[in-house]
Design a protein around this ligand. Sequence first.
Ligand code: PAF
Length: 286
Amino acid sequence: MQVERELAGLKATTQAWRARGERIGLVPTMGALHAGHTALVDAARREADRVIVSIFVNPLQFGPQEDLARYPRDEAGDLEKLRQAGCDLVWLPTPAVMYPPGDATRIEPAGPAEGWEGAARPGHFRGVATVCTKLFMMTRADLAVFGEKDWQQFQVIRRVAADLHLPVRILPLPTVRDGDGLALSSRNQRLSTEERGEAGRLPRALEALAAALAGGAPREPAMGRQRRALEAQGFRVDYLALVVPESLQPWPAGASGEARLIVAAHLGSVRLLDNMPVMIPPRTEA
Ligand code: PAF
């Protein structure tokens, strides 16, 4: 497995691959890798001849109140996991490579970037869209795989790639979950043992709500009940919403079809995100 920290090395390798007609799959990450990331590598392997994993804790997507310095980092552990996962190249740029002196261009996504995480973390999706666009162009990837766990992020990146005609296919991978249903996330490491024991209640609440809505339960009372139940269990809920999957707009009253439940909730100091599909039957009351 090749490890590159400078653009020249990355470009020489990707040019050679492209010259041989090999398709390149990219898995963008911020490191602290877990089984969710290795599932993304497996998915990229199935679709491409070569797999690049980028590891870059992107300062541009952290707000001033968010602790960039506390983001978990484990380069040696990550490299070992990627070796075992069959990654071909790890792209490990420094901030100076990604944002060299004079760097001034930003991608400002709208549409699905507005609201929810976009409202809770101003500037976050600007940082994500900018770094992902740079990563797509640096690696010249044919496809990039993103986890559905960050549903809004996936929709934002898909929109940016489509709107800018970026020559990269954006593929989703269903959320990888622990035995109790908790979506795998690097931030789970920061849960205390007790909080980790409670965290599985969040996906269970989403599942129960999805089943109720799919069974025709009126939306607002069902959502209110689950929100109150979560809060009684110690979660501080930022939002729990039913949205149109691609646009992230609130699901229109009376509409039927495939919707998405999205949630963000704090457990102690950790902010957990999750989402699930839900099929809303015809004639559901708003
Ligand atoms: O989901 C992440 O880990 C990050 O937001 C991403 C896509 C790697 C961009 O920094």
